[in-house]
Design a protein around this ligand. Structure first.
Ligand code: GTP
Ligand code: MG
Length: 452
């Protein structure tokens, strides 16, 4: 529906963390539906978003939150599957998320993707809290249900409580090693200067009321000004994923972070070769408290206001790219909007060298992230692009002078069969992985082997 004047935008909360540390389970429990069960394997395959209205947050948080104290409409959570780079979550000039939750398995502690997430949050200056998850796995833990963490801790033996404290202080210490001052959330006065650590169990629900309370408090206190936008204005968004949808053709799973997108709006979307100019045919919305990627039955809506997840059906979207900007044209000059989208894409473009490896990635954000890592490792890039590995990528890689550069690094994309055949003929090596550090490590080992 069209937003009313003075309406505040919903803050966007990104859920980050290492593989299997419990991001999806956390949202699942908050949502009260079984997304985890609906997933292929235990790994989330796509990025989705979940809107949780204020009254639902109030219900879950119980005595800790009084909805009367808040005027933000709720929170929009974005799940990031472990293998997906968080850097896809970008917006005009920065991070798409207003705040973030870094989920850390209390027993497993910090892992490579925990640190990767913290690096990005530091760079984009995004406020965040740490969810010290899986407290129920501590030996001897006596679980109950969704309740404030203090109530749960009071029920534990002294031994369990001191075990928990030890692990929490380890996490606080690791945060400090990464340059963040942190403490148990109940001791934090200013959540912008200090990172609050919230012990919880995504499985049993203990501590989830505390997490929601901290998130609402943090948003209300520090984000209210940023949330005071013209939600009825021209919409701006980011493509999370380009997906085929039966009956609709190629569609965009998108997050609208500014203004409103309406049915019949003319939009400009970042494409592989050039910006795509098209008209919205339908705006498809999952029902509240459900998730785009598991919802088969869509509601069509006339308009979507920031912030929200939406599936956009429109003609000519085949070349759209994940991570690319979406802009509503409406009463603006089309050329100016195209230029704006082009400028944003240029910002994202990866610098290439005369000689080097070929890189293919699933999104602009991941392409950027992987190029950053290669640059740190002083590995030159000759060609970098979003999309599956095709024969022409192999032909490109084969033109490298140095045999160690006759390689394609494929991140989160498929290798087409004829490309694989050609690679064998041309002696081009293909490296595939869904984790950046793993991909670069594999390539490094290969180089070492060649040089020996
Ligand atoms: P990726 O999407 O693959 O990065 O993982 P994720 O972070 O979304 O983890 P997910 O929620 O899929 O959880 C991984 C495993 O840990 C699943 O088997 C969950 O059931 C389990 N798990 C998550 N949270 C908890 C918790 O609080 N307690 C217990 N006991 N298990 C948990
Ligand atoms: Mg997950």
């Amino acid at each position: 529906a069209e937003p009313t004047a003075g309406q505040l935008r919903t803050p966007i909360v990104a859920v980050l963390g290492h593989v299997d540390h419990g991001k999806t389970t956390l949202l699942d429990t908050i949502r009260g539906s079984a997304v985890t069960e609906g997933e292929a394997g235990a790994i989330t395959q796509h990025i989705g978003s979940t809107a949780v209205p204020l009254d639902v947050i109030g219900d879950i948080a119980g005595s800790l939150v009084d909805p009367e104290d808040f005027d933000l409409p709720g929170l929009l959570f974005i799940d990031t599957p472990g293998h997906h780079s968080f850097s896809t979550l970008r917006s005009r000039g920065g991070a798409l998320a207003d705040i973030a939750i870094v989920v850390v398995d209390v027993t497993d502690g910090f892992q490579p993707q925990t640190i990767e997430a913290l690096d990005i949050l530091k760079r984009t200056q995004t406020p965040f809290v740490v969810a010290a998850n899986k407290v129920d796995t501590l030996p001897g833990w006596n679980p109950d249900g969704t309740e404030p963490i203090q109530t749960a801790i009071d029920r534990q033996s002294d031994r369990v409580e001191s075990d928990l404290n030890e692990r929490l202080y380890e996490i606080i210490g690791e945060l400090s090693d990464e340059g963040f001052s942190a403490d148990m959330y109940w001791r934090v006065q200013n959540f912008q200067n200090n990172i609050g650590v919230v012990p919880l169990s995504a499985m049993t629900g203990e501590g989830i009321p505390d997490l929601l309370t901290v998130l609402m408090g943090l948003s209300q206190r520090y984000l209210k000004e940023e949330m005071s936008i013209d939600v009825g204005g021209r919409g701006a968004g980011t493509v999370l994923e380009v997906t085929e949808e039966r009956g609709f053709g190629t569609t965009l799973d998108a997050i609208v972070y500014d203004g409103t997108v309406r049915e019949d709006d003319r939009i400009v979307v970042g494409g592989v070769n050039e910006p795509i100019v098209t008209e919205v045919r339908a705006l498809l919305k999952p029902k509240p408290l459900s998730e785009i990627r598991t919802e088969k039955q869509f509601d069509t809506v006339e308009a979507v206001a920031a912030a929200d997840g939406i599936k956009i059906a429109a003609p000519d979207l085949d070349d759209a790219m994940a991570g690319a900007p979406i802009r509503v044209v409406r009463d603006r000059d089309l050329e100016a909007v195209i230029e704006e989208v082009q400028a944003e894409l240029a910002d994202l473009e990866v610098g290439t060298d005369e000689e080097g490896v070929t890189v293919k990635a699933d999104t602009l954000g991941s392409l950027e992230a992987i190029s950053g890592t290669l640059e740190e490792e002083e590995i030159p890039i000759m060609h970098a692009e979003v999309g599956d590995v095709a024969p022409r990528d192999i032909r490109m890689a084969a033109t490298a002078d140095d045999p160690k550069h006759q390689a394609v690094l494929a991140f989160g994309v498929d290798v087409l069969e004829d490309a694989r055949r050609l690679a064998e003929q041309e002696d081009v090596d293909i490296f595939e992985d869904d984790v950046i550090y793993q991909l670069v490590e594999d390539y490094d080992e290969h180089v070492t082997a060649i040089e020996e």
